[in-house]
Design a protein around this ligand. Structure first.
Ligand code: NDP
Length: 283
């Protein structure tokens, strides 16, 4: 029976540490500031943004949310980003994705100053990560690394199999694992005999987007299983990419959904905002 990795508790500990750091920064004259921009009325995106605003405020980050209607133009959005790039009270800028179809996400991400790109999506930050330099790392995979670190699970010399190759989860999870000296395999929708590969893994990171895709049959006994998925099953209940009930019988440690990777993602956004504010304060 696997140990359950409590992402919620780990996230809470990190947020407490961050709050102490922010209190000290405020005493020294700097308040970390985060600006979130949202365009359109996608309910899930609004829920995420509200949660980011609430979490920021809870630990003392100055937070502003800029909400625009679905017909907001690309030009106006780029102007807003430019204004925030120059705003001295703002250290982190996040544009909530997805954006309406008439706006190019690439153009908008490129317009965010890499120094304020706390989501870690700007090509400059992605490039730095690829060459093993410090930068803002994408919050979900970075949260996974922090979670493993806090659980004293070292990736050094381990075989990490990442399922999924998206730019925001799969690819950066693979690169950060590599940075932590793991041997890394990336699987995706064209991978042949995926279970034979995942059965060789010491650590499986599942970022597929298919409910209960990874089962006990995919796992080596004792493997660490990180479930990134946020899906709804047929009954509309929240579930991950891993069939938790069967996997926990084989795995050595496993993250639940909810309460695993999810709480770490926003925590790393706050972490990156504080990191950015510290870098600006040191200039
Ligand atoms: P994407 O849809 O962008 O990527 C999914 C990846 O899974 C793709 O690389 C795809 O391969 C691969 N894939 C699809 N089907 C299969 C299959 N049958 N076998 C193997 N690989 C397959 O999703 P994201 O990376 O954005 O998100 C993944 C999951 O994580 C989702 O459930 C999402 O909701 C969740 N998520 C959770 C977050 C959190 O905070 N916990 C944050 C972000 C995402 P290919 O490239 O070949 O198409």
């Amino acid at each position: 029976m696997a140990a359950i990795i409590d992402g919620k508790a780990i996230a809470k500990d990190i947020r407490t540490e961050l709050k102490e750091e922010i209190d000290a920064m405020k005493a020294a004259g700097t308040t970390p500031g985060l600006a979130v921009v949202i365009v359109g009325d996608d309910p899930a995106s609004h829920t995420y943004v509200n949660s980011k605003e609430k979490s920021s405020k809870e630990i003392g980050i100055y937070s502003e949310v800029h909400r625009f209607p679905a017909d907001f133009t690309e030009e106006a959005l780029l102007e807003k980003v430019d204004e925030l790039n120059r705003d001295k009270n703002i250290h982190g800028i996040l544009v909530q994705l997805p954006l309406p179809k008439h706006i190019s996400e690439d153009k908008v991400i490129d317009a965010i100053s890499p120094e304020k790109d706390v989501d870690g999506f700007h090509p400059v930050n992605v490039g730095k990560m690829v060459i093993g330099k410090d930068s803002f790392y994408s919050c979900t995979p970075y949260g996974i690394m922090k979670m493993l670190e806090k659980e004293h699970i070292s990736l050094e010399g381990k075989h990490v199999v990442v399922i999924g190759r998206s730019n925001i989860v799969g690819k950066p999870a693979a690169l950060l694992s590599l940075m932590n000296n793991a041997t890394v395999t990336i699987c995706h929708s064209r991978t042949k005999d995926l279970a034979a590969i995942t059965r060789q893994a010491d650590v499986v990171i599942a970022a597929v987007g298919i409910p209960n895709y990874v089962t006990a049959d995919h796992l080596k006994p004792g493997a660490v299983v990180i479930d990134v998925g946020i899906n709804r099953n047929e009954e509309g209940k929240l579930c991950g990419d891993v069939d938790f009930n069967s996997a926990k019988e084989v795995a050595g440690a496993i993250t639940p959904v909810p309460g695993g990777v999810g709480p770490m993602t926003i925590t790393m956004l706050l972490y990156n905002t504080v990191k950015s504010a510290k870098a600006f304060a040191a200039k």
